[in-house]
Design a protein around this ligand. Structure first.
Ligand code: HEC
Ligand code: HEC
Length: 442
């Protein structure tokens, strides 16, 4: 298999293997046993777990303004109804949506794994690896654009893409996907009940989006703290909150409050994640040539998921130089249970995330001006991480606590992105380029 640029796919595996050796990540790189479920919990068990979460789809979700919910978050042509949610839920867990029937949305956005897959990059049909890490589908309904590069404008648009992507679910076209699900005769009636007409691919996208609008998880200890329960979060987390809003400058992109509950500015920034691996100038030139040849959305999806141009991020969508290596500010909600982090899953723990920011990201010509060394001490880093773990919904409290213990143990062993000299400005970022990238050393 070769990618768009004619580079053999094995080169990509080598890059990944390199990252693994660097200790940045070991989530998915070890050869996994052949597994029809790609490591996900079986769909039926996931659905039971989902039932136990007791989602309330009837009312506007707790933590979201009711007027905004009705007017901004639900499109006029896809009013939220119980029938549409039920149809979308069935589709979300249905492996017929993939060509070899091993992959459902729920494979990569698994209820038992923070609605993601806990992998660096996702694995689709035929065990093909994509180029990016799966963000959680929790609260995606409240995001202004979808995907790390924002190339889909809505949940409706997003849902139709992975089904047709060759390395994700692999149906050659919409007709093939519709024929596959209609081997289950109950869909005819379900589509009619939901949309009053025979099944169409457009309505399939709408129904899945409706189901995703029920996946709102905004009831975290942090919210209890904001609502006046002073004991809801630890003193360390309270100090971490102050750092988040102050010295650590996280709030400048991850503003989190009642009118902006997700903690994202919905914008795109180069914080230096891809710069660890690429020469952006060379890659951007290649990208421009390929995009000029074909700019249809499916082609863009292919570039983003399958080729090394993926690392150009938002640039693939806008073709603006300032968007080279820029990715969407992800939500920080439920962040404790959605490791590994960043668009390439390269950061394994929240300690790694804070280490990355503390040293001022990874220097490159397109680095966002808001990223600079933070001079955080070790105890400040621990406090900030303690705060980040208070953003996970209380329904996942046990999973969150277990993840924190696990990450703490990993961080005690290795902190591959820690660079005190840069963080405390004893060294300048360009020295790194001359002397070699310390972030890549142990
Ligand atoms: C093979 C794994 C895989 C499958 C199957 C899959 N996804 Fe994803 N999903 C991903 C990856 C990877 C991304 C990020 C891709 C990117 O940004 O280019 C993503 C992104 C998303 C997003 C955007 C979230 C955000 O924060 O921007 C949503 C929503 C989503 N997927 C829902 C779905 C739905 C619904 C389905 C089924 C129709 C599905 N996914 C199937 C891996 C998968
Ligand atoms: C200049 C804007 C900006 C600032 C400042 C910023 N972030 Fe981010 N954050 C981003 C962007 C953009 C991404 C995604 C980058 C990528 O994947 O390449 C991100 C990703 C993350 C993620 C990973 C999300 C996921 O699901 O993988 C976490 C956690 C995070 N940031 C926490 C923080 C913390 C903590 C701070 C303060 C120390 C901070 N951020 C400061 C823009 C910012």
């Amino acid at each position: 298999m070769t990618n768009y640029l004619g580079r053999p796919a094995s080169a990509h595996f080598k890059t990944l293997a390199c990252i693994a050796l660097m200790g940045a990540s070991t989530y998915s790189l070890a050869a996994e046993p052949a597994n029809a479920l790609h490591g996900a919990m079986p769909p039926d068990a996931q659905q039971q777990l989902l039932d136990s979460l007791k989602l309330n789809a009837a009312a506007p979700p707790q933590g979201v303004d009711a007027v905004a919910w009705a007017t901004i978050y639900i499109p006029a042509d896809n009013e939220l109804t119980a029938e549409r949610i039920a149809l979308g839920r069935k589709l979300y867990f249905d492996t017929h949506l993939s060509k070899d029937r091993t992959v459902a949305c729920a494979t990569c956005h698994d209820v038992s794994r923070g609605f993601t897959d806990h992998r660096n990059v996702s694995e689709g049909i035929g065990d093909h690896l994509g180029q990016r890490s799966a963000p959680t589908s929790m609260n995606a309904a409240l995001m202004q654009s979808m995907f790390w590069d924002g190339r889909a404008a809505s949940l409706e648009e997003q849902a139709k893409l992975p089904i047709l992507n060759p390395v994700e679910m692999g149906h050659p076209d919409a007709a093939s996907a519709m024929a596959a699900i209609e081997t289950d005769p109950s869909y005819q009636a379900l589509f009619r009940k939901a949309y009053g007409r025979a099944p169409t691919y457009e309505d399939l996208g709408r129904a899945i989006a409706s189901f995703e609008r029920t996946l709102i998880f905004l009831d975290a200890p942090y919210d209890h703290f904001l609502n006046g329960d002073n004991k809801a979060i630890s003193p360390a987390a309270v100090r971490g909150l102050e750092l988040f809003n102050g010295k650590a400058r996280c709030v400048s992109c991850h503003m989190i409050n009642s009118s902006n509950p997700l903690g994202t500015d919905n914008l795109f920034h180069n914080i230096g994640v891809s710069a660890r691996k690429q020469n952006f100038e060379v890659l951007a030139q290649k990208g421009l040539r390929v995009i000029e040849a074909d700019s249809d959305p499916k082609a863009l999806d292919k570039l983003a998921i399958e080729t090394d141009l993926s690392e150009l991020g938002r640039f693939l969508v806008t073709r603006q130089r300032q968007d080279i290596g820029a990715f969407k500010t992800e939500q920080v909600r439920n962040i404790g249970i959605t490791a590994p982090y960043m668009h390439d899953g390269s950061l394994r723990t929240l300690w790694d995330v804070v280490d990355h920011y503390n040293k001022g990201g990874e220097t490159n010509s397109y680095l966002d001006g808001g990223i600079e060394p933070l001079n955080l001490s070790e105890s400040e880093i621990d406090d900030l991480v303690a705060f980040l773990f208070t953003l996970t919904d209380v329904r996942f409290a046990a999973q969150n606590a277990a993840a924190m213990r696990e990450q703490e143990a990993i961080a005690a062993q290795k902190r591959p992105f820690r660079d005190n000299a840069l963080a405390h400005r004893q060294m300048l970022p360009f020295e790194q380029r001359v002397m070699g990238q310390t972030g890549l050393q142990q």
